[in-house]
Design a protein around this ligand. Structure first.
Ligand code: MCN
Ligand code: CUN
Length: 796
């Protein structure tokens, strides 16, 4: 006589529940950092370096101090007296907070002014006189390692050149042997240009130090509030319990808001010195010119192939450009992010990968942008290489991938670089994608069109991404293990609040975490409020990036709900006057096994926890779970794009885009689709229009939205999404895998592959992103690759 609730109706697992956070966002009632005004608040602006590399001869701030309304001018010299001129980065490097000796990239922070309003502060910045002595500039890895290159990081005692690291992974000797056996060796060289996450809201902080209570409260746009609290405690030597970091609503993060930036540190010090709240709101140029960039990597690789299409080995070398400071947020053990996740979906016996990281006179790069560390570069190279190899073999693109996939019965599978993948149905995803795009038909149309001089192309890309960093055996940041947490309090009326160590920036956690609790406890999702981002109330967690929230914090939400259910079962047994073993559970209700119509709801159990608990039981119904995942989750996706290229102009239009994503069990299918569409939009932008480049003097080109292009709904093509392949994650409590970045990771190669496919027969193997019409036109007209670095737009 089951009275089980309908999970979808209560907003549980699989419900496309409307995003609860949108209630305030679409009414303009969001609470972003810039919406917050504190009594007595002052405003901070930053003076940035106009030069990319220069010695600082002198800084004279006297005119700035004289401007009425100016309260403080901070320079590197003053920071140094408090040991704050430099700060440690998340990758065991150091980064200048305010320059003392040299400036090392255009836009570097040189001084700060704190004033009554931001306009006075900005004017005062302009009144600061800085004398620079220009130095030779390095703008790419090749220049960085050239004979006689200036040493950018001469501040570091043992740094005699511009090399940050030389990292390798895999089996070099085994790979050499496999290459000797190859029938065909396919080669590919490409550049993944610098991109910028460019969230609509820039970085911001309001530091509020209260001398009377000794408490420092900082409102800020961070994706990882607890990491910031730890960093402030360690760097500024303030007691951790006296620091409260609050991330209010965030207007997009995309990885840009993971690192610690000088603006945060300066606003904190200014507030301590002035004993007043200090607000810093970064402007768009400041954001584009100085905060964490992504990619900027030269990839050079080759694949050893047997004539029948079997891949025997892969060899890859990368030169990655990290800018002036190595400030990647990445697991400490992996110097190249997770670039070695490349080729995880293919059954490749042996491989070797090396990467040399270099300093250049550019803003610190290497931060991930909608990417688990450097997975995007890995998947891009992988799928471009797969296409080139199939072409060299004269094999069908789909067939070549299909035959080399890790097959469904090969899991768990050890990848050539040592990851353990645990589940997937790669072949099935590909079949669904091919059917949806009408593969055979399109190939026929393509051949027909070719006869009439029209260039049609089809690009396939697949990706499997290691999401959910990560199990504490392998993953840490600065030694701190990468688990996450959830805290659940069920009130006496059966309503509840859940808090996690993650921090949503638009992903919809306020909606989806409630759905996990609803699924586990039968409490309707609308009765559960989700709160994140306040270190005084949220349990410790490593924050939201690398699509780790569902795999780690989301798992913790399920686990804490189960702890609550275990206690509720005891309460139910007490209320029903039977022993616990006689109690059965169905969604939202316990009942007596032998008398199913006698039962109590989860809400009745909650009331009993406050009013009628058994003797000896601790009152209340709340708990916390810390979750250390046994492995990463491995979502898989196939993206297929068809295009038409205009041979006269190089302009290309997307005809169709098909996405088949398998992220295991979907908590909220609508939110998952939103994530995929957003990711595909960014993928299209990277492939077609976005790059940030630098001229020979290190001037940043792309520091405004006239040069750095964001696609609007007008330019963005439509996407057809498929959700029929579901391979639950075997170790995640509800079988979910991450999804937040998949389409941005796997998408770019599909667009590029489609354009290259349209040019087949011309001998063109590569055009580097972005595939601007002039580059495509150049490739068509001169029948040559257009690769080897970013396009430089300059006036000469
Ligand atoms: N989800 C689901 N079912 C799954 C997997 C996820 O319903 N099987 C839901 C989640 O519950 C969550 C959303 O989809 O509401 C994304 O979940 P997840 O894949 O766990 O990713 P995170 O929440 O950790 O988000 C991080 C990821 C990253 S790293 C970047 S960068 C990015 C992205 O999310 N930045 C974003 N998507 C973004 N979307 C918006 N709107 N804004 C950003 O800044
Ligand atoms: Cu990788 S950009 Mo997201 O990890 O915040």
């Amino acid at each position: 006589m089951s009275q089980a609730l309908d999970e979808i109706k209560i907003g549980g697992l699989g419900a496309s529940r409307k995003r609860v956070e949108d209630n305030r966002f679409i009414r303009g009632k969001g609470n972003y950092t810039d919406d917050i005004t504190l009594p007595g608040m002052l405003h901070m602006e930053i003076l940035r370096s106009p030069l990319a590399h220069a010695r600082i001869v002198s800084i004279d701030a006297s005119k700035a101090w004289d401007i009425p309304g100016v309260h403080l001018v901070l320079t590197g010299e003053m920071m140094a007296t408090r040991n704050l001129a430099w700060m440690p980065t998340l990758s065991y490097d150091t980064q200048a907070v305010l320059a003392t000796d040299k400036v090392r990239f255009q836009g570097q922070e040189v001084a700060c002014v704190i004033a009554d309003d931001p306009y006075i502060a900005k004017d005062a910045c302009e009144a600061i006189e800085v004398e620079y002595e220009a130095l030779p500039v390095v703008v790419n890895p090749e220049q960085a390692v050239a004979e006689g290159a200036p040493v950018i990081r001469d501040d570091k005692e043992n740094q005699q050149d511009n090399v940050i690291f030389d990292w390798e992974v895999g089996d070099a000797a085994g790979t050499d042997r496999a290459f000797e056996q190859a029938d065909v060796i396919s080669k590919l060289k490409l550049h993944y240009p610098r991109c910028h996450p460019s969230p609509i809201e820039c970085c911001a902080s309001i530091a509020d130090f209260n001398r009377a209570t000794s408490k420092l409260t900082v409102y800020m746009t961070t994706q990882a509030p607890h990491i910031i609290r730890a960093a402030v405690a360690l760097v500024a030597e303030l007691p951790e319990h006296m620091i409260r970091i609050i991330s209010p609503d965030i207007g997009g993060g995309f990885g840009n808001k993971v690192p610690v930036y000088p603006g945060y540190v300066c606003s904190i010090l200014a507030s301590i010195l002035l004993e007043r709240p200090v607000k810093w709101i970064e402007d768009k140029t400041g954001n584009l010119i100085s905060t964490g960039f992504a990619r900027d990597i030269y990839l050079d690789g080759e694949m050893a192939l047997r004539r029948d299409g079997k891949i025997l080995a892969v060899r890859m070398h990368c030169d990655s450009d990290h800018g002036a400071f190595f400030s990647d947020a990445q697991p400490s053990k992996f110097k190249i992010g997770l670039l070695h996740s490349a080729f995880a979906a293919y059954d490749i016996p042996v491989a070797h990968l090396s990467d040399r990281g270099t300093y250049t006179n550019k803003a610190p790069g290497g931060v991930a942008y909608r990417c688990s560390f450097r997975v995007t570069e890995a998947m891009f190279f992988q799928e471009r290489m797969m296409q080139a190899a199939a072409d060299d073999l004269g094999m069908d693109q789909a067939e070549f991938r299909r035959m080399n996939f890790v097959q469904d019965d090969q899991f768990p599978h050890r990848t050539p670089f040592g990851f353990l993948t645990d589940s997937g149905q790669y072949g099935k995803c590909l079949e669904v994608g091919l059917k949806a795009i009408g593969y055979e038909d399109f190939r026929r149309q393509q051949a027909e069109a070719r006869k009439r001089g029209r260039l049609l192309g089809l690009g396939i890309s697949t990706m499997t991404e290691p999401l959910g960093a990560g199990n504490s055996r392998e993953y840490d940041i600065l030694g701190i293990k990468m688990f996450d947490s959830a805290d659940l309090k069920v009130h006496m009326t059966g309503k509840a609040i859940v808090r996690t160590g993650a921090k949503t920036q638009g992903q919809g956690h306020e909606t989806t975490w409630a759905q996990i609790v609803a699924h586990e406890l039968g409490i309707p999702a609308e009765d559960i409020v989700v709160e994140e981002g306040d270190t005084d109330t949220a349990p410790f967690g490593m924050g939201t990036y690398a699509s780790r929230s569902t795999p780690v914090a989301g798992a913790a939400v399920a686990m804490v709900s189960r702890k609550i259910r275990a206690k509720a079962r005891k309460l139910a047994a007490h209320l029903l006057e039977v022993s616990e073993e006689d109690v059965e559970w169905e969604l939202g209700r316990f009942y007596i096994r032998s008398a199913p119509d006698r039962g109590v709801t989860i809400q009745e159990c909650a009331m009993a926890a406050y009013s009628n608990m058994p003797d000896g039981m601790e009152p209340g119904l709340e708990n916390t779970a810390y979750y250390d995942p046994p492995n990463l989750t491995w979502p898989f996706a196939v993206y297929i794009v068809t295009v038409e290229v205009d041979p006269e102009t190089g302009v290309w239009d997307v005809l169709n885009t098909v996405a088949v994503d398998d992220c295991g069990v979907r908590i909220n299918p609508m939110i998952v689709e939103g994530q995929i569409m957003g990711g595909l939009t960014e993928a299209y932008a990277m492939a077609s229009m976005q790059f940030i480049t630098f001229d020979a003097d290190g001037n940043c080109i792309g520091s405004n939205y006239m040069d750095y292009l964001l696609p609007t709904a007008w330019e963005t093509p439509g996407f057809e999404l498929h959700s029929e392949v579901v391979t639950p994650c075997p170790h995640h409590p509800i079988g979910a895998k991450g999804i937040g970045e998949c389409a941005a990771v796997g998408g770019p190669a599909a667009f590029v592959n489609a354009v290259i496919d349209a040019l087949s027969g011309t001998g063109v193997r590569n055009i580097d992103m972005p595939l601007l019409p002039d580059r495509v036109w150049e490739a068509i007209t001169h029948r040559r690759d257009v690769s080897g670095g970013p396009p430089v737009r300059s006036d000469d």
